[in-house]
Write a protein that binds this ligand. Structure first.
Ligand code: NAI
Ligand code: MG
Length: 492
């Protein structure tokens, strides 16, 4: 622990408690030196001959090497998925298919500590979150979709649902295993086979997952994993022989993919960025709202597509709310992701840290007022102090662009109409939050908000039975729930 960042710490910090370190044991994960590609049920060396290193963003320590799949490798993975689809997987009894998914879910539960530590090591998120959110939810997705496997004809009556074929899936680094589960569980439940490309900074849990597939005796080729960067992703998008592509990541890459696939007949779903409004009315329970605001933007270092990154506060409660919020910010513990007391972990990569710094600098230049609590940051690794901007105009970049970091922009409003207008004044439309005691106001707001998910008196709540997805530049298609089956099926 080293330098102390102090900027405008105008609100007195509450009594600071010294916590003894409470590190989770890291040796529960056996990390190998190298991981190859998972193709046709076997781990193979990449034909490309290329490898790259995955580091831990909290220490910059090199953790392992992983294959950089080239065009030929991706082609082999797609062929393996096709073979597995044609030779059995699409035809086995749906109730049998469900058994594999139930098995995977149970194994994830059994190995949850190991996976949680791996996720925090490779990606930097606090163990409290990987343990209590990512892992339980990933298992829950497999349980949930296992239940649908033999009920598809009831989910879509008179429509004769059939699997699409080979599903290519490209996922980001903010919830590596959870995004894998969101993608793989519905695909398999519907009888498809999969080629998955994890993000380049966080491939570890996907590689451990290939071991879960073996343990569950999943037939070879049903799940294939090709690691690599955006170039590998681009090969997968351009592969002949994919029937469906599911992508979660930046709007920029989403647009590239949409352009590439236009007119090919490949089914596409895109889950892209967001700039959610978290709206607090003057009748809201303020202390609860403060917890919701903190959870909305500082959860997972703000690396959340549905993060509540724009706080809209009704003018009459502006001062008490901001005071409470600043006080609460000063209690957040930033540091070692493997420490069970840590609230805010490491920024996922150097590139992401630079993106955050650039946008924060733009906020200061454009005239917003910055608040950062006194905070001790570790010397090595990538870190960013939880940050709050007040005096933000709607035109500022920090009010328009996705920062994807622990940075909140505060705006105000007077009437519900103005709140709706400001909330919808964005190119995105993924999520929103409303804090009020009035049920009728919640319903009035929900009808007018262009957001795929609207939380009321809570934020960042996820459940496998609830559909999730966006409007406008946040993408299209839904994941989760019965709706999440549809992109993986074709109909008569
Ligand atoms: P990205 O969109 O480049 O990465 C997401 C995934 O797409 C990764 O697996 C990556 O390897 C792959 N990819 C990159 N280029 C590709 C291409 N041309 N074809 C196919 N696949 C490709 O996102 P990046 O650069 O990591 O983050 C940039 C910004 O995107 C973040 O600051 C954040 O604002 C946003 N983002 C949003 C996410 C979300 O959950 N909606 C997740 C990650 C990033
Ligand atoms: Mg890593």
């Amino acid at each position: 622990m080293a330098h102390v960042e102090k900027r405008q710490a105008s609100v007195p910090a509450p009594l600071e408690w010294e916590y003894a370190p409470a590190p989770e044991a890291r040796d529960i994960v056996q990390i190998r030196d190298r991981y190859g590609l998972f193709i046709g049920g076997e781990e193979v060396e990449p034909r490309s001959g290329e490898w790259f290193t995955s580091i831990s963003p909290s220490s910059e320590e090199q953790l392992f090497e992983v294959a950089q799949a080239g065009k030929e490798d991706v082609g082999l993975a797609v062929s393996a998925a096709r073979d597995a689809f044609v030779n059995g997987w699409s035809e086995i009894a749906p109730a049998e298919r469900a058994k594999y998914l139930f098995r995977i879910a149970r194994i994830l539960q059994e190995r949850s500590r190991e996976f949680a530590v791996a996720e925090s090591l490779d990606g930097g998120k606090p163990i409290r979150e990987s343990r209590d959110v990512d892992l339980p939810l990933a298992a829950a997705h497999f349980f949930y979709y296992a239940g649908w496997a033999d009920k598809l004809e009831y989910a879509f009556p008179q429509r004769d649902p059939k699997p699409v074929g080979v599903a290519a899936q490209i996922i980001p680094w903010n919830f590596p295993l959870l995004m894998l589960a969101w993608k793989i569980a519905p695909a398999l439940a519907c009888g498809n086979t999969v080629v998955l490309k994890p993000a380049e900074t966080t491939p570890l849990t996907a590689m451990l997952f290939t071991d879960v597939c073996r343990q569950a005796e999943l037939p070879p080729g049903v799940v294939n994993v090709v690691t690599g960067d955006g170039a590998t992703g681009a090969h997968l998008v351009k592969s002949e022989g994919i029937d469906k592509l599911a992508f979660t990541g930046s709007t920029e890459v989403g647009k590239l993919i949409q352009r590439e696939l236009a007119g090919t007949g490949v089914k596409l779903t895109l889950e892209l960025g967001g700039k959610a409004a978290n709206i607090v009315f003057d009748d809201a329970a303020l202390d609860q709202a403060v917890e919701g605001i903190v959870n909305g933007i500082y959860f997972n270092q703000g690396h959340v597509c549905c993060a509540g990154s724009r706080l809209l506060v009704q003018e009459s409660i502006y001062e008490p709310l901001i005071d409470k919020l600043k006080r609460r910010l000063s209690t957040l513990r930033v540091g070692d992701p493997l420490d069970k007391n840590t609230d805010v972990g490491a920024i996922n990569s150097k590139a992401q840290l630079e993106r955050i710094r650039e946008l924060v600098a733009s906020g200061e230049e454009e005239g917003a007022e910055i608040y950062q609590p006194p905070c001790r940051l570790p010397e090595r690794g990538y870190w960013f102090v939880p940050t709050l901007f007040t005096n933000v105009a709607q035109s500022y970049r920090i009010a328009q662009e996705e920062i994807f970091g622990p940075v909140l922009s505060v705006l105000t409003f007077r009437t519900p109409e103005e709140a709706v207008e400001k909330a919808n004044n964005t190119a995105y439309g993924l999520s929103a939050g409303i804090w009020t005691e009035k049920g009728s106001r919640i319903l009035w707001m929900v009808e007018r908000m262009r957001a795929g998910v609207v939380w009321a008196n809570t934020f960042n709540r996820f459940d496998p039975s609830s559909p999730f997805g966006g409007y406008k530049e946040s993408g299209f298609g839904r994941e989760g729930g019965r709706h999440g089956l549809e992109p993986y099926l074709t109909f008569e």
